[in-house]
Write a protein that binds this ligand. Structure first.
Ligand SMILES: Nc1nc2c(c(=O)[nH]1)N[C@H]1C(S)=C(S)[C@@H](COP(=O)(O)OP(=O)(O)OC[C@H]3O[C@@H](n4cnc5c(N)ncnc54)[C@H](O)[C@@H]3O)O[C@H]1N2
Ligand code: MOO
Length: 379
């Protein structure tokens, strides 16, 4: 399958997960399934914008009391010719015309004098937001600022898409989770990468384990994975220890992507189990696995989580790369202004070039230096 079609299939095959009500304080990072509307006005009452005196009518004024923010009890209307000392954020008595800041007023015993300027220094009820006003539309990711604006407007719970949950199964007899590899062993490179890409795409990596190359173990682990998506690293190819395709066929999975015309990463795959769980196969070579995670896992999770997947950015790419007949070559690049330069010495196993890169450029079959190419962003 062409690389572009594989990316579009991962993006377009799933539906966003159902929505659920959440307390706004726990909704940061979720995608809104419904707009946030103001439940109450902000400010909720006429409030002083300065410390000073609330005054009614023409001066001089007689000070009759003091109102600070959080004032308990009733606040009486201010008779003409009267003033109350007032603090910023305190409710302004009815009938007050303005707040005179301390620095624009003079107090002599019970009498205050001063000049009302152009500014009245009163924040009127609903000046910022009225009940029913749109705070943000559906589809936006809840940020801390959106959450703060929502509570300011009296909205304490929101409707958001559920985040897709992910299980990672790292296969390979040679793979170790930590420490220094012994002879023939390889330290796992995928758990951190899959965690970061899952998180960036709005998902949750809720389980992760290492599996020996044994089809029965893979079967059981797939059956037991109680998540929306199962990611399997390694075991994607044709070797005697590569069981994933056989196991998925036994499970009667539907293949959506099975081998992609790209290097690195051609054995990557996307399938769906009969119960609706998605399985993504990341080739074991770490650079190939990274490419596959950006090609299939990220767009799949973005759609499941309700995030829009816009067109990939493109940039002018310079340098040399070996073309892939009938497919795309994916290369790490350093971006310098409007141009991306290919980092030399890249293969499908090592990640050093990808670590030094700002992006991975997707070079089409007839690409020559200076042509534009789509880019993916490593996590
Ligand atoms: N006869 C063929 N052989 C291979 C083909 C092919 O088309 N025909 N494709 C090659 C390509 S391309 C890739 S990519 C790999 C894919 O291999 P698998 O997904 O089956 O993975 P393994 O064989 O288990 O491992 C390959 C390689 O990656 C290392 N690896 C695996 N998991 C991890 C991990 N978690 N962290 C770090 N490194 C890992 C593993 O040690 C191997 O070196 O197949 C080619 N062969
Ligand atoms: O996926 Mo393989 O070489 O294309 O690493």
């Amino acid at each position: 399958m062409p690389w572009e079609q594989a990316y579009a299939t991962a993006r377009d095959t799933p539906q966003p997960l159902p929505s659920e009500h959440l307390a706004i304080s726990t909704a940061t990072g979720r995608v809104l399934a419904a707009p946030i509307l103001a439940r109450s006005a902000a400010p909720a009452f006429d409030a002083a914008a300065m410390d000073g005196y609330a005054i009614a009518g023409p001066g001089p004024w007689t000070v009759t009391g003091r109102v600070l923010a959080g004032h308990p009890g009733e606040i009486h209307p201010l008779p003409t010719g009267a003033a109350v000392e007032i603090g910023t954020g305190a409710p302004v008595p009815a009938n007050a015309d303005a707040v005179l800041p301390y620095e624009h007023s003079h107090c002599d015993g019970p009498t205050v004098t001063g000049t009302i300027g152009r500014q009245r220094h009163i924040r009127r009820t609903g000046d910022d937001t009225r009940p029913g006003d749109l705070i943000v539309p559906a589809g936006r990711i809840v940020t801390a600022t959106i959450a703060a604006a929502a509570v300011q407007a009296g909205t304490e719970d929101v409707l958001t898409h559920q985040p897709p949950t992910v299980t990672l199964l790292v296969t390979g007899d040679e793979i170790i989770a930590a420490g220094t590899p012994g002879p023939g062993q390889v330290r796992d490179s995928f758990t951190g990468l899959v965690h970061a890409i899952t998180h960036r795409a709005g998902g949750l990596l809720s389980a992760s384990s290492l599996l020996r190359d044994d089809p029965a173990l893979l079967h059981t682990a797939l059956d037991d994975a109680d998540t929306d998506v199962v990611v399997v690293s390694g075991s994607s190819s044709a070797g005697a220890a590569d069981h994933l395709h056989t196991v998925l066929n036994t499970e009667k999975a539907t293949w959506h992507v099975r081998s992609v015309a790209c290097r690195p990463g051609h054995p990557q795959a996307l399938a769906c189990l009969p119960d609706g769980r998605f399985v993504i196969s990341l080739p074991g070579n770490p650079h190939a696995g990274l490419v596959a995670a950006l090609t299939l896992l990220e767009p799949l999770l973005r759609t499941l989580s309700g995030r829009p997947v816009g067109p990939l950015p493109t940039t002018e790419v310079t340098g040399t790369a070996t073309p892939v007949p009938g497919g795309v070559r994916i290369v790490p690049v350093r971006i310098d202004g409007a141009t991306a330069r290919i980092i030399a010495g890249t293969g499908s196993a090592g990640l050093r070039a990808a670590a030094a890169a700002d992006a991975l450029a997707v070079l089409p079959p007839r690409w020559t230096s200076g042509d534009r190419a789509a880019t993916l962003t490593p996590a």
